[in-house]
Design a protein around this ligand. Structure first.
Ligand code: AMP
Length: 496
């Protein structure tokens, strides 16, 4: 999970990119970085591990001089978690290119092989984003132009599309030339563009989420289309072209469920409104299956379920109460990589207001159930606080398969619903009744915002992946993601 932003303006952009990254911080808390290009066509970068506010000090910002630049926040989905994985990545040939990526390539191992053996490019990390950068750089270099035109850049993007499988929303800086953006031909990860009037030219922002546009004085122009590339040259002239053979808009549905900010619109669909519709659909399901339900109160598990839970309570005509208080200042210590630590951290993150539970039949609402750690712990806390019956609703259907397209999800075997019926999940988390959103209802909730979209990326619920998968890809990924194996790997690196 990552967030990206690029700005092309008349004057220094680093401070605005910094502010924009703060607004994208929910998309990744592991590392952050900014690269800008100055009037001498030199790139400057600051990147490191940590929150945006910790990575950039005054002394770093003072050195980031340039009118066009890109920024990245990272949460690891592929590659390791070391400092060397922070982005933007850089390659010196051709021109000097810096790149920031949100998504995940599913054929990056094969491409890394090709890059090494056929194209004689050495990669420093096993990051798929470094692979993507080198593929794009190689395709641009092949055209042997000292001054690349928009046409050269679009040709390189077309070739990149032909070689890369998976999901990618990309921003790249070409030193001395401009800012490039492109989105994979399914448009799985979001990317949109905004415009603002400068004194002598239009200024542009391109970002994973448009929530940050208005606070920076930009108006949304549109979403970047699947397969499309945009080039804003260093003088601010914008060029765009469709670079994929058969583009089709199939955005990731989990952006609407959990990942994106409620104040963003993705592919013309308001995340906030989609979440209210998810609440309405859950309410209908409850009313249809138990018209005489005995729910006394609806309680959200903060934060991403709040919008759906509130609408659910309104539609059921049942009181909505805040039964948990979230500690917003919890530091990095509590972002726990392993299961045992995760269990403890739920209690530290969420404190319970006993008086909303005592003697009541409560309906707890979360956006999704992944490992089941949160739901199990929360239900235990609700019972300790004196709840009579504890029901649980999830705004998303049961998550049964791992994510290949840039959302950080555990291995399939670690997903609580991977091999259980809904009844068995209910037993496991100790809920008196478990209501999962139906997939069709989820799709309708989102699609209503833009009926032109025919299909969404829903593989975590169905196991149907929409891009070609190389042999053993799923098994390999399963192994890299398993907690147990992660621990073993870390131990052996530590001692080795
Ligand atoms: P779990 O405790 O593993 O079942 O996780 C469920 C909780 O994690 C829910 O409250 C979600 O809001 C949240 N969540 C869902 N997807 C993710 C994700 N990819 N990374 C981190 N948290 C998530």
């Amino acid at each position: 999970m990552c967030g990206i932003v690029g700005i092309s303006a008349e004057s220094n952009v680093a401070a605005e990119i910094y502010d924009a990254l703060l607004m994208l911080q929910h998309r990744g808390q592991d590392a952050a970085g900014i690269t800008v290009c100055n009037s001498d066509d030199k790139l400057s970068t600051r990147k490191s591990k940590g929150y945006v506010r910790d990575v950039f000090a005054q002394r770093h910002m003072e050195k980031l001089i340039g009118d066009y630049g890109i920024g990245h926040v990272r949460y690891p989905t592929a590659g390791g978690a070391g400092k060397e994985f922070s982005q933007p990545y850089y390659v010196n040939s051709p021109y000097g290119i810096s790149l920031a990526h949100n998504g995940n390539l599913t054929n990056s191992k094969q491409l890394a092989n090709e890059l090494f053996h056929a194209e004689m490019r050495h990669l420093k990390t096993d990051s798929d984003s470094e692979v993507l950068l080198n593929i794009f750089a190689h395709e641009l270099a092949k055209q042997r132009e000292i001054y690349p035109s928009a046409e050269n850049i679009f040709k390189a993007v077309s070739k990149t599309h032909l070689r890369c499988d998976g999901a990618y929303a990309v921003l790249a800086l070409i030193a001395g030339h401009g800012l490039v953006a492109f989105r994979d031909n399914n448009g799985i990860r979001p990317l949109s563009i905004g415009i603002r009037k400068g004194k002598t030219r239009d200024e542009y922002v391109i970002s994973s989420e448009d929530a940050l546009f208005s606070s920076h004085g930009f108006k949304k122009l549109r979403d970047v289309e699947p397969g499309e590339a945009i080039f804003i040259d260093k003088n601010g002239e914008l060029f765009s072209q469709q670079c994929a053979d058969e583009p089709k808009k199939r955005p990731c549905i989990f952006e609407y469920v959990y990942f994106s900010r409620p104040d963003s619109k993705i592919d013309e669909i308001s995340v906030y409104k989609a979440r209210t519709r998810m609440g309405t659909k859950l309410a209908s399901q409850i009313k249809n299956s138990k018209p005489d339900h005995d729910i006394d109160v609806v309680i959200p598990i903060p934060d991403s379920s709040v919008t759906a839970a509130h609408q659910l309570a309104v539609d059921l005509d049942v009181p909505y109460r805040e039964g948990f208080v979230k500690n917003r200042y919890i530091g990095r210590t509590f972002i726990m990589p392993y299961q045992e630590e995760r269990k403890k951290s739920v209690r530290r993150k969420l404190n319970i207001l006993d008086l909303e539970f005592d003697g009541k039949n409560v309906l707890l609402v979360d956006d999704s159930i992944v490992r089941g750690t949160t739901s199990k712990k929360i239900i235990e806390m609700a019972r300790e606080a004196g709840a009579n019956k504890v029901y649980f609703a999830s705004a998303a259907p049961a998550i049964k398969y791992q994510n290949l397209y840039g959302i950080d999800m555990p291995a399939t075997s670690e997903l609580i619903a991977s091999n259980k019926s809904d009844e068995d999940v209910a037993k496991e988390i100790n809920a008196d009744w478990l209501i999962y959103q139906k997939l069709d209802d989820l799709i309708e909730s989102v699609k209503e915002g833009n009926p032109k979209i025919e299909e969404f990326e829903t593989s975590i619920f169905t196991g149907e992946y929409m891009t070609p998968l190389v042999e053993n890809y799923l098994e390999d990924l399963e192994n890299t993601r398993k907690d147990e194996l992660k621990m073993q790997r870390e131990k052996s690196t530590a001692s080795g």
